[in-house]
Design a protein around this ligand. Structure first.
Ligand SMILES: C[C@@]1(CC(=O)O)c2cc3[nH]c(cc4nc(cc5[nH]c(cc(n2)[C@H]1CCC(=O)O)[C@@](C)(CC(=O)O)[C@@H]5CCC(=O)O)C(CC(=O)O)=C4CCC(=O)O)c(CCC(=O)O)c3CC(=O)O
Ligand SMILES: NC(=O)C1=CN([C@@H]2O[C@H](COP(=O)(O)OP(=O)(O)OC[C@H]3O[C@@H](n4cnc5c(N)ncnc54)[C@H](O)[C@@H]3O)[C@@H](O)[C@H]2O)C=CC1
Length: 215
């Protein structure tokens, strides 16, 4: 069994090739766009959504069949056609170039796979089943979406600000660690959900009290 190494990658401005323009390719492209990658799509036919992305300049689309040179200078290649032999050829070309390659119909050829993912601002939750059951990954994603709502985005934004202030102002490591831990409480997360407009003021007040107790 292959245990994949979970890794958060900065794809900003990295050229990423997606071959194919169907439903599966569209999903992979959407993920790459969230990460600000430079996406090149090669496919004679694409979905309406992919076509729209090309029209508004979010991606570059070459409306033709795959050619070996398409993968040049790409950090990542995704073979997402419905032709097994074409996907296999894309794999061989990418392997020669030592690129990161995802083949949507042959998990054993992938040197990376795409997990099911939830974004809540800076929070990312990803689920992988190592290719055993993508449907289970999707089901768990849907369950977690109910538990981890949009309030986590606001909470993290505020927690980041407060954390920076705590790091700058609390010099005693033990005390700093204690305040940083108490910042992460159910109450604050709940307040982000119920009172998004007021919570920052309350948190700041709480922090000021904690910092005063310092002196
Ligand atoms: C190995 C991997 C490679 C990769 O694509 O990266 C792979 C491979 C394959 N998927 C197949 C089928 C389906 N995949 C989905 C859905 C998703 N597949 C995703 C990832 C992965 N799929 C990687 C492993 C992920 C892991 O480790 O868990 C997700 C998580 C991420 C994403 O794609 O963005 C996304 C859910 C996103 C979400 O909604 O949260 C559904 C459900 C649906 O579409 O509703 C079905 C139909 C039901 C079923 O088969 O279970 C087939 C058979 C094709 C066939 O039979 O023709 C293969 C090939 C094979 O297994 O041989
Ligand atoms: N990994 C995953 O998450 C999943 C993978 N699959 C697999 O993914 C494959 C694709 O599925 P869909 O997107 O639904 O298929 P689809 O039939 O909607 O799209 C296939 C695309 O490939 C393009 N294409 C075909 N030959 C090409 C070539 N030589 N060069 C460039 N583009 C070419 C077509 O123009 C079309 O846009 C299927 O074979 C299926 O087995 C299916 C479900 C999920």
């Amino acid at each position: 069994m292959n245990r994949f190494y979970p890794m958060m990658v900065d794809l900003t401005s990295h050229r990423c090739l997606v071959v194919g323009g169907g439903k599966v390719a569209e999903r992979k492209i959407a993920r790459l766009l969230v990460s600000d990658a430079d996406v090149i799509v090669v496919s004679p036919v694409v979905t309406q959504t992919v076509k729209k992305w090309a029209e508004i300049g979010k991606i570059v689309w070459y409306p033709r069949f795959y050619e070996e040179k398409d993968g040049e200078n790409c950090s990542i290649v995704i073979a997402a056609t419905n032709q097994r032999e074409v996907n296999h050829q894309i794999y061989k070309d990418a392997k020669k170039r030592k690129q990161w390659i995802n083949v949507v119909d042959q998990p054993s050829l992938c040197n990376f796979t795409v997990p099911s993912t939830i974004h809540r601002g800076q929070l990312t939750l990803s689920i992988s089943t190592g290719g055993a059951s993508p449907s289970l990954a999707k089901t768990i994603r849907q369950e977690l979406e109910q538990i981890y709502g949009e309030e986590y985005a606001l909470f993290l934004e505020l927690a980041k600000e407060m954390r920076e202030e705590i790091q700058a102002r609390v010099l005693d490591p033990a005390k700093r660690s204690q305040i940083l831990k108490s910042l992460v409480s159910r109450q604050w997360i709940e307040a982000c959900r119920s009172h998004p407009d007021q919570v920052k003021k309350w948190m700041q007040k709480w922090l000021d009290q904690e910092l005063q107790a310092e002196h």
